[in-house]
Design a protein around this ligand. Structure first.
Ligand SMILES: [Fe+2]
Ligand SMILES: [Fe+2]
Length: 161
């Protein structure tokens, strides 16, 4: 995907309703996610990729941007085994949905995007094309992060700023 244009960035930011600047979303900067990648970087990366895919495919790109940004808003250190009751894979979408619901009014579509993003590793099924798009974007971005591709992408300087 090419470097972000000014109009792409403005359209993306416009979908997020100021959520990027909230303390909850900014807290993700201090939380590790994948090796060498914090939860904020990952979430903005997923949100942007999902936004671009959804816009290209004529889907609800606003819901994909918002759901993508909030899909991992679980807000604890995933290495801390005392921070949640069970399996991180199953637990974190539930915590993310709870925190996101406290932060903003979520549509039914956005709620399912967050809850179902770990399918098929977790049990909640994506119930819209938008939820499938965010789940796909999450897997693409996670792969890029783990393989070190994310660190070399020019868009990182804009998305992770
Ligand atoms: Fe996740
Ligand atoms: Fe994720």
């Amino acid at each position: 995907m090419r470097l972000i244009s000014f109009s792409d960035w403005n359209a993306f930011i416009g979908c997020l309703d100021g959520l990027l600047d909230t303390p909850q979303v900014q807290t993700m900067r201090s939380l590790p996610h994948h090796p060498g990648v914090n939860c904020y970087e990952h979430s903005v990366f997923v949100a942007y990729v999902a936004f671009r895919l959804a816009r290209r495919w004529g889907l609800d790109h606003r819901a994909c941007a918002r759901g993508g940004l909030l899909h991992d808003l679980y807000l604890y250190d995933c290495r801390d085994r005392t921070a949640h009751p069970g399996n991180q894979c199953l637990d974190h979408p539930v915590f993310a949905l709870r925190n996101a619901s406290e932060l903003t009014d979520l549509s039914k579509l956005e709620r399912n995007i967050i809850l179902a993003h770990m399918w098929p590793l977790a049990l909640h099924l994506p119930r819209s094309r938008e939820a499938w798009v965010v789940s796909l974007a999450d897997k693409l971005c996670a792969t890029a992060e783990v393989m070190g591709i994310w660190k070399r992408l020019k868009m990182r300087a804009v998305l992770a700023a």
